[in-house]
Design a protein around this ligand. Structure first.
Ligand code: SAM
Ligand code: SF4
Length: 322
């Protein structure tokens, strides 16, 4: 069991397999970063797997593969199969923008992937294109349909931004609901890598929009997941992730690994430790030591819990995987 310095049981590892992305979402990465991490600095799947194995053996039960855009990494399905074959019964999921999913979905499912979160910010080709700064919608929707067809459990993520896609909250919700997919509305989190002057809808504003058409009751948070859940009269459940109003620190169960091998105890906390040398040398004991040290350093609260709620983070979502 992995327990941090504040008695929290850490069971969830998010693994970013690349910081590169084929989109330029305005709220995440509007310009090409002028220095991509050179490919040789990325950990290989074998190296990532060495650490993932250690983490599983120590008590991690839930793993989410993310990025950047994780499907840009060739043979991602093989990495997923390595994890799945190491231990059955893990909760194994992927977060993707969906653009490359149509061709990958069946292989990912065969490899043992169970769930996929797909970002879908608009159902209008021009708006989706404006948000991602690329013509993306048709391929994303094809990816969603294929994921459903092969039997993956699909959840939609939407980040509503004022003046861009804020009029589509109900449309995207209904698109998800009609297809039996859950949806999470995520408050835009200000960061220095996003396009300037973006304003996100607050979770309360999202609720108000949905309440104009539907009756729902609040369920609240279930377990350590950050989403506040709400239930329609017909049983459909949607979620809102609203870090401006709530912090999720008290029962935070997660740590993050970047594609370069930095192990991050908290999204809004600068200290991180590298596992690169350990996995490069195949040193399992050292990897376990770094994991435990990072847990000891996991802060009690993130910066968003400070009084100044307008704090802007320097950490890039495309590096940490969100
Ligand atoms: N490229 C994949 C995707 O877009 O789903 C995975 C990585 S992306 C960083 C993971 C999640 O972070 C996405 O759902 C995205 O919408 C969300 N995200 C990125 N930047 C954000 C921001 N500034 N505020 C809130 N959510 C953000
Ligand atoms: Fe790429 Fe995902 Fe960031 Fe959009 S949110 S730029 S798809 S990493």
């Amino acid at each position: 069991m992995l327990v941090d310095g504040f008695g929290r049981n850490v069971t969830y590892l998010r693994v970013s397999v690349t910081e590169r992305c084929n989109f330029r979402c305005q709220y995440c990465m509007p310009e090409k970063p002028f220095s991509w991490v050179p490919k040789e600095n990325l950990l290989s799947f074998e190296e990532l797997f060495l650490f993932v194995k250690v983490a599983i053996d120590e008590g991690i039960t839930k793993i989410r593969i993310t990025g950047g855009e994780p499907l840009l990494r060739t043979d991602l399905d093989k990495f997923i199969a390595m994890i799945n074959n190491h231990k059955s019964g893990l909760d194994l999921a992927l977060t993707t923008n969906g653009f490359l999913l149509k061709d990958a979905a069946q292989k990912l499912k065969n490899a043992g992937l169970q769930r996929v979160n797909i970002s879908l910010d608009s159902l209008k080709p021009d708006v989706a294109g404006k948000m991602a700064q690329k013509d993306v919608l048709a391929k994303v929707q094809a990816g969603i349909e294929e994921a459903l067809r092969v039997g993956l459990k699909v959840k939609i993520n939407m980040v509503p931004i004022k003046g861009i896609n804020d009029t589509e909250v109900l449309d995207v919700l209904e698109y998800a609901k009609e297809r039996g997919m859950s949806i999470r509305f995520i408050e835009y989190m200000e960061n220095t890598h996003a396009k300037e002057k973006l304003k996100g809808l607050s979770g309360q504003e999202v609720q108000t929009i949905i309440a104009q058409k539907y009756h729902f009751k609040e369920i609240g948070r279930v377990g350590p997941s950050p989403a506040h859940l709400f239930e329609f009269d017909d049983g459909y459940i949607f979620g809102i992730i609203d870090p401006h109003k709530h912090d999720f620190c008290e029962d935070c169960n997660r740590i993050r690994l970047t594609a370069e091998g930095m192990l991050i105890p908290c999204l809004y906390f600068d200290e991180a430790m590298s596992i690169k040398d350990a996995v490069h040398n195949g040193d399992v004991a050292k990897a376990a030591e770094v994991l435990k040290e990072v847990l000891r350093n996991k802060p009690e609260k993130n910066k968003w819990s400070d009084d100044d709620q307008n704090e802007t983070s320097n950490r890039a979502f495309y590096e940490t995987g969100g």
